[in-house]
Ligand binder design. Structure first.
Ligand code: D6G
Length: 855
């Protein structure tokens, strides 16, 4: 067995973060100084740390530009099938370090920054997160962009450039307080505005029918201004584009018609139009039927489809027969993936373009539309499914409502022909739901208008097929697919956990970064004592580092040799942070009951944002903080148990806490968490999972072996059975004394002595309307936690289980997920064709502009 390498030796040997050449370092330093001077207009006497961050960001960006232009040129010349990922959320986080890693510049930049006498980590910390997402759905979109670029797909992300992303969460007196996320305040060096590609988007108005077809007239126009952000693949010279639209009022806004003369008021009213891209709706897994949100959804769709069609017409496939574009090859050239139903209006919008503007016959337009779209379902929670009121759509998008009605009529006629006299089935499958308010079921629209529908983990796709959309699956079984989610190993290993990434590279080489299935090669080191020690050492270093961060930023001290038990994700009843809280109280009571008894020290870390309008979620945050207050200040407990509420959990904080975690909490009620992706990040970073058989946990257990996770609680079948029998929380409370004690403490004000009734709503919910059955899983959860503590005492056995988990994490690369989308839905091959680096000579075709004319 070899001796352990020093950090320095390791660095030299491993090039996954780039090779350091003296010349490249010198060039980076020159770039940095040039940008400090010309771009920031500063010298080192007056430059602030932020100036240094911007100088470095611009230097790194310079290395993207040539590759970006080349990639896009190549797409124009070769006309590969374009993949469009439409999403209301792209939760990108920070860009600097990710760019350095994907371009292989990390080590060289480290060295350059060091030679300049600056601190790389300090500069990286200055960058704001691009928080244009709520949670898993938005972060998935970001991971997919990374994988699509890494696999060389001609892909684009299309979304909204929110001026304010997800709010910043402050904790004041234990309560969540929201602050606006003014992420663009200091400018964004990673985006390029493209006012030359600005496009109009229409709202309101009315429809006029004549012999020549339908005309949507008297509309209000808002302009969509695109901002492009480069998306580099990992070490392959491919740079794709994420195009985010910003709303701009036309210069004659409110001046033309009714507001003539009131120039000042008209200028002030420009805000009304521009509010469309002002702020991200902060709901995760919850539908809030606000008009402004519907405007956002149509805004991104309308601008994007114009752009897609413009690009199609510029391609060799968008040929014209005398006057009209031939759209027959459109679905062979264009795939549009709908990230949940949020961009569902794309379906009637494409129909409107084809039928009203391009004058295609309905049937042909519908065939092309269906073959173009695919829909990803992200949740089966009824409160999350979008159902827009018909009268709202009628006012905002009158022509689209007519088209939706027409789609529905033909759809229902078809079903009626297959199932005569089955009125109940027609009602269930209609796109329109009758009732007090008539609503459009957007999931039904997406299913009908797409050629593929997928869930995001096996168990979820099964529920989609057999329960929620059963009738649709019966009608078209071949449409329904599964695409288990994934995460990008670049950000979620190389970037956030360099120690572990390099240790793995030492053992199995570097190719695993692009082919994560190679992690299985680690299986042969499960019994290698040195490797076990090294894995444990990296974890310990990460824990110490995180503890120092908490001490510095939040003035809280934690014990780095305690077990870090981490539950970070949005706060939601179905994710059951309350069950974790009951476990904390149970541990606390046990320590107090018998202080001399052996207790495996734990630091329980819970973090996540509550939607600002979600009362119960906010109460859960307050409760966790109230419990923390009592537990952390009880001298009997001492350092055995600490409870930390991690403020403002977001992508950049996930990058810090996940590599430092020992135990990952994935405890949603079976059947509620569609996939989860946090679960995968923890697995890859050497945490063990305590979890239910829900979402992708099921597949994690399949990959690693159930004995290598701490699986507990009801399965989906058990939940269904309990629903059938009727869930009675009182029974568990009466039977389980420790549960009773914990609940009584919450109820009696033990954790809120100044306001004993503070948690009445929470307790009342747990007893009388807990849809997620916390009490039913409490006992199994607590018992499973005992097993966790027992194993933690045996550090070697723990670490061996960790290694088995890392070795089994390969499936959860988003590269694997994207390959499956490419093969089964988009029908494209990941390209192994290398885009040459920007300093290589250009070949002849590259001197052409996109239109084919000489530059
Ligand atoms: C990106 C990169 C840039 C390219 C531009 C337009 O900003 O090099 O010219 O996209 O691309 P299309 O929208 O014409 O594809």
């Amino acid at each position: 067995m070899s001796r352990p390498l020093s950090d320095q030796e390791r660095r030299k040997q491993i090039s996954i973060r780039g090779i350091v050449g003296a010349e490249s370092v010198a060039e980076l330093k020159r770039g940095f100084n040039r940008h400090l001077h010309f771009t920031l207009v500063k010298d080192r006497n007056v430059a602030t740390p932020r100036d240094y961050y911007f100088a470095l960001a611009h230097t790194v960006r310079d290395h993207l530009v040539g590759r970006w232009i080349r990639t896009q040129q190549y797409y124009y010349e070769k006309d590969p099938k374009r993949i469009y990922y439409l999403s209301l959320e792209f939760y990108m986080g920070r860009t600097l370090q990710n760019t350095m890693i994907n371009l292989g510049l990390q080590n060289a930049c480290d060295e350059a920054v060091y030679q300049l006498g600056l601190d790389m980590e300090e500069l990286e910390e200055i960058e704001e997160d691009a928080g244009l997402g709520n949670g898993g759905l938005g972060r998935l979109a970001a991971c997919f962009l990374d994988s699509m670029a890494t696999l060389g797909l001609a892909a684009y992300g299309y979304g909204i450039r929110y001026e304010y992303g997800i709010f910043n969460q402050k904790i004041r007196d234990g309560w969540q307080v929201e602050e606006a996320d003014d992420w663009l305040r200091h400018g964004n060096p990673w985006e390029k505005a493209r006012p030359e590609y600005m496009l109009p988007v229409h709202f309101y108005g009315r429809v006029e029918h004549s012999a020549s077809g339908a005309k949507w007239i008297d509309t209000q126009v808002v302009l969509a201004l695109p901002y492009d952000t480069p998306v580099p693949g990992y070490m392959n010279n491919t740079v794709n584009t994420m195009r985010l639209w910003s709303a701009r009022a036309p210069n004659d806004f409110n001046l033309r018609d009714f507001n003539v003369g009131d120039y000042i008021q008209a200028v002030l009213d420009r805000n009304l139009a521009e509010n469309i891209s002002r702020v991200l709706y902060p709901n995760d897994n919850f539908f809030e039927g606000k008009e402004l949100r519907l405007k956002q959804e149509y805004f991104v769709v309308a601008a994007t489809l114009q752009d897609i069609i413009r690009r199609f017409k510029a391609s060799k496939f968008g040929s014209t027969d005398s006057v009209r574009t031939v759209f027959d090859s459109f679905p062979d050239q264009v795939a549009i993936q709908l990230n949940d139903t949020h961009p569902a209006m794309a379906i009637p919008e494409l129909m409107r373009i084809f039928v009203d503007i391009e004058k295609l016959p309905w049937d042909k337009a519908w065939d092309i539309t269906k073959r173009t779209f695919a829909y990803t379902n992200h949740t089966v929670l009824p409160e999350a499914l979008e159902r827009w009121p018909v009268n709202l759509v009628e006012k905002l998008l009158p022509r689209h409502l007519q088209i939706i009605y027409e789609i529905n009529q033909r759809h229902l006629d078809h079903i009626a022909s297959l199932f005569p006299n089955d009125v109940e089935r027609l009602r269930r499958m209609s796109l329109i739901e009758e009732g007090d308010t008539k609503r459009i079921n957007m999931a039904h629209l997406c299913i009908v208008g797409s050629h593929a529908v997928n869930g995001v983990a096996k168990i979820h796709s099964e529920i989609v097929k057999t329960q929620v959309f059963e009738d649709f699956a019966e009608l078209e079984p071949e449409k329904f697919q599964n695409k288990t989610n994934g995460i990008t190993p670049r950000r979620w290993l190389l970037l956030c956990n360099p120690g572990l990434a390099e240790l793995i590279a030492e053992k199995i080489g570097e190719d695993y970064v692009r082919d994560l299935s190679q992690l299985t090669k680690l299986h042969k080191f499960v019994d290698d004592d040195l490797f076990i020690r090294e894995v444990a050492k990296v974890k310990q270093e990460n824990k110490v580092k995180f503890a120092l961060y908490l001490e510095k930023e939040y003035k809280v001290k934690i014990n780095p040799s305690s077990m870090f038990d981490v539950h970070v994700k949005r706060i939601h009843e179905y994710k059951r942070q309350l069950m974790n809280c009951l476990h904390i109280i149970t541990m606390y009571n046990r320590i107090r009951r018998d202080p001399a008894k052996l207790f495996v020290p734990r630091t329980v870390i819970i973090g996540g944002k509550a939607a600002p309008g979600y009362h119960m979620a906010k109460m859960i945050i307050k409760l966790i903080n109230a419990v923390a207050q009592v537990v952390n200040n009880d001298p009997v407990v001492g350092s055995k148990l600490k409870v930390i509420f991690l403020e403002n959990y977001r992508v950049s904080l996930a990058e810090k806490v996940i590599p430092a975690t020992d135990l990952s909490e994935q405890i949603s009620t079976a059947g509620t968490e569609a996939s989860g992706t946090g679960n995968m990040k923890f697995m890859l970073n050497g945490a063990l999972t305590i979890g239910t058989m829900d979402g992708a946990n099921v597949e994690m257990a399949e990959e690693a072996g159930e004995e290598n996770l701490f699986i507990f609680g009801m399965r989906v079948e058990d939940v269904t059975e309990l629903d059938r029998k009727g869930y009675n929380a009182q029974l568990y409370y009466d039977r389980l004394p420790e549960l009773k004690q914990a609940v009584d403490q919450i109820k009696s004000g033990f954790f809120s002595p100044n306001d004993p009734n503070l948690f009445n709503d929470v307790v009342n919910m747990l007893f009388h309307h807990d849809r997620f059955k916390v009490f039913a899983d409490y006992e199994a959860y607590v018992k499973c936690q005992e097993k966790v503590s027992e194993l933690y005492l045996n550090s070697k056995a723990w670490t061996k289980m960790v290694i088995r988990n890392i070795a089994a994490a390969g499936k959860f690369s988003s590269d694997r997920t994207i390959k499956e989308y490419a093969r089964d839905i988009w029908h494209v091959e990941p390209s192994d064709l290398k885009i040459p680096p920007p300093n290589e000579p250009r070949d002849a075709g590259q001197d052409k502009t996109p239109n084919g004319t000489a530059a």
